[in-house]
Design a protein around this ligand. Sequence first.
Ligand SMILES: [Zn+2]
Length: 578
Amino acid sequence: PACLACRYFPVNMGACGNQKQTDEEASRKEIEKLQKQLHDKDVIIKAQSKEIEELKSKQYLGHVSPIPSPNKAGTNLNQTPAKPAYSGPGGGVETKCKLTILHFNDVYNIEPMNEYQGGAARFMAVVNQFKKEDPLILFSGDAFNPSVLSTVTHGKQMPPVLNKIGVHVACYGNHDFDFGEETAKQLTSQTKFPWLLSNIVNKKTKLPLGDAKESIIITHKGLRVGIFAAADDWTDTMPMPPDEGMLYIDYVQKSKELVKKLKSDPSGAPDLIIALTHARLPSDRELCLKVEGIDLVLGGHDHLYHVEQFTKPKGNKVQPPVLVKSGSDFRDLSSVRLYNDRKQEEGIYKGGRYAFHIERCQVGKNVTEDPEMLDIVEEVSKDTEALFNTPLGTVEADLDARFKIVRSQECAVGNLLADVARRAYDVKGGVDLGYIVGGTIRSDSIYKKGEFSYKKILRMLPFQDNTVVITLTGQQFWDSLEHGLSSYPKLDGRFPHVSGCALVFDPSKGKGSRVVSCKLLDSDGYYTIPIDPKKRYTIATREFLFKGGDGYSELAKGEAVVDEENGHPLSFLLRNFF
Ligand SMILES: [Zn+2]
């Protein structure tokens, strides 16, 4: 059966996909909790009770809901939409609206996330509802990866989907380069719209990656709209960086330059200036407050739904832009309607030279799928079974992944995976340590030497949470090892597999004092350097463990160097290893 909820549940070939933990509103958490409960037999009976049915239908109706107006401080975080005041898109909107913009970002799974939300075909149906307004459709990056499908298609499923949606302009996200710059270029060449990126450039050519334009002016509904891109620095976490290397240019500096360039366009300054960003919320806020002349910032990278109006800083000539971030994974869409001016009321935000009416459209289960998009989704997914079985390479030895092995002793497969995690990220000159646990390695079987396919990888590593790189003190790492060894000789999922160190433990000692030594690699390749309890080390591990999974409270104390949004699933890293 398809997984309805839990992100640490074996992948069901796209049905579950790559659900990510996001800082989303409580209502979504509530639903997820419910869905999780649905796994449980006895709760299924309860699920039929009116109460739960009511809650489900309340949350994902697919309706368009207004967002409450900003509070006094001008900051309005993660608003949960109030009860719907509009019958549908266009309803109740004043006639003076000069332009409607539709915005979305970070889309990974073209199939529905679950029975309640998402899916490109439902998303399309919501977009269709705006057709009569001839909207300008803008996308803020991350489409080609990661998803189970993209791991075998390398993102090929996305151009037809994005074309069908009718995107006018997009900016690149970090994950659009997961299969290398050449693949990104090939994929974007199949799209019918331009891709922007300004401040991440090829070190040699000094040009933006992926043949991107820095900015563009397009005319839509008689308005000249200037759009430029700005991104956070994700150069450290790209799995296949360009051979010549990359340069990151500060986004505030670059954005100032691009606003100036747009304003001094030979045909005159644009009527509206939009920043399309693939950056974290604090960076987007900095952009809003430090760069004058932008009317609207449409951001991605964070997977949260967020709208914010700012108070004009002292000395600024114009109002800072409105900031909109539109959720993720075809579950949310923002409609942003532009007015010369509107009085400050519910749903109205002042940004730059305009007032915007902003609505959050949730793509829920009551939306009827668009049949044409459904055909596209079926078409692009149909040959994937064969691809899943295509050999990626060969392994030279049997990989014994039986529970009794991986949950109690050092073994080839544990070492391999810890090595793969540690070597995947080139942060700060290399990651010191790799840390995974026996419970990561599933399927309880021996993988015979010979050809290895992605299907085998997914069977071995079904969890789709990302790997992360964190820093911990030597003492915290040591304590993590103690925790991992505490239930030995009981077969336990927390049993550690490490890379970058040699670990000796004495099971005859009591819990919490079993580690005898933990020595790190010296420059000659020998394990001679005792771990320093006070020094901070970089450790590649799984998001699941970093969140304290399997009782790893020490790993949860780490500070992220590569966080879960920038990391990749272990299955993806192993696939790249071949
Ligand atoms: Zn991203």
